[in-house]
Design a protein. Structure first.
Lengths: 177, 218
């Protein structure tokens, strides 16, 4: 599913993704500056593949995706994935492609909007995620929204001469819904 | 012959996705066949099985024709292996593992156990322990995976005992991660390292217990 427009603060808005947004995100995913803790920089970049993936995601009832915009301009994406409608649990994820904008609180605001949607509109019970322990910015943004550590997966992946552990976080609906 | 190219050995693909025979003491993992479909379908519809798992058994209950299609599809899978578990010639369960073949994929060179199920009528007979040890011999002694991981519901004490005995350690506890039987239960994420296998089981559980000597290379 494609998420609806969610107005946030400080110019941050979650907007409904378009095919052009997907193609731009994929360009960012090939760049080392934006993918130190994310993905392996190897993608099928054919336009028809982007269109197919976009259509599949739009039709998939187990995910909700958004484009993150700052002052109306695309800067990344976020979403809730693998939604289990029985347990009412989902995995969350976020990617800021504009690495020149890191540290400005964009992810924190996007996570706040996404989490509020998960509780108030989807009536989820729990959201969880995996974040590289060394990705301090993403971890702090999630912690600010209330995520707490539930575990640690050691030596999960290897990059640039070192193993990386992952921080496993979770967040329960504040009213236990 | 000088100049002749050595022929590359071709590997049979289908032996990978429907698992071949791995023998335990009282159980065997073997290739699942269409003759197993009724048994697999019965396990998927068994509420004691569903209640013990953290997610649906291999798949949801369905018509026999659908189960045959699933088996055929599984045989073409490139990133998972399914086995039937047998004891005294009868089907008593099934298990399935998944792995990544993407380069640099997070968690690659590990094996995830997506389900491991013994017929509830055969619980508490030690068959689960034996089959689990057999499966891990495949994971560590044949594939040489860096680690194995799985998720268990916190109330599934029988499976947790088997996992602990094998050498699994809990690395995360998800609060209210699963729902069934009218209540939420926590989900435990567990992991076992290759080094643990070698240390705990290496002396007794080798696939071929007698090492081949270097003299055979002469």
């Amino acid at each position: 599913m494609l998420g609806p427009r969610l107005e946030g603060e400080r110019g941050v808005t979650l907007i409904t993704p378009t095919l052009d947004h997907v193609k731009r995100n994929w360009e960012w995913m090939t760049q080392p500056e934006a993918t130190r803790f994310w993905g392996v920089r190897a993608l099928d970049l054919r336009p028809e593949h982007a269109e197919k993936r976009f259509k599949e995601n739009a039709a998939d009832r187990t995910l909700v995706s958004w484009t993150i915009a700052l002052d109306g301009e695309q800067v990344g994406m976020t979403g809730l994935f693998d939604i289990d409608w029985i347990t009412r649990d989902a995995e969350s994820g976020i990617f800021i492609g504009r690495h020149d904008l890191y540290g400005r609180g964009i992810a924190s605001e996007a996570i706040r909007l996404r989490t509020r949607f998960a509780w108030d509109e989807l009536r989820l019970h729990r959201v969880h995620n995996w974040i590289a322990v060394r990705n301090r910015g993403s971890r702090r943004a999630n912690e600010k929204a209330g995520y707490r550590q539930m575990g640690r997966f050691t030596r999960s992946w290897y990059r640039s001469g070192q193993w990386h552990d992952e921080w496993l976080g979770e967040l329960l609906h504040p009213d236990g819904v | 012959m000088m100049g002749a190219k050595r022929r590359r050995r071709s590997w049979p693909d289908n032996a990978r996705m429907l698992g071949g025979i791995v023998r335990g003491k009282r159980t065997s993992l073997r290739v699942p066949t269409e003759a197993d479909v009724a048994g697999l379908a019965r396990l998927s519809a068994e509420m004691r099985v569903r209640g013990a798992l953290t997610r649906a058994y291999w798949d949801e209950p369905a018509m026999p024709a659908t189960w045959k299609e699933r088996l055929a599809k599984q045989s073409e899978e490139k990133t998972s292996v399914l086995w039937a578990i047998e004891s005294d010639g009868a089907l008593i369960g099934s298990c399935r593992i998944e792995f990544s073949i993407d380069p640099g994929q997070f968690g690659s060179d590990g094996m995830g156990i997506t389900h491991f199920t013994i017929d509830p009528d055969r619980w508490r007979q030690g068959l689960g322990s034996d089959a689990a040890l057999t499966l891990h011999r495949w994971i560590f002694d044949i594939v040489h995976a860096r680690f194995a991981h799985t998720e268990l519901a916190a109330h599934n004490t029988g499976a947790l005992r088997i996992a602990e005995r094998l050498g699994y350690e809990t690395y995360a506890r998800g609060t209210d991660a699963h729902y069934g039987d009218g209540r939420y239960v926590d989900g435990l994420q567990l992991r076992m390292e290759l080094a643990t296998w070698d240390e705990r089981w290496g002396a007794t559980e080798r696939e071929y217990p007698v090492p081949l000597g270097d003299e055979l290379e002469a």
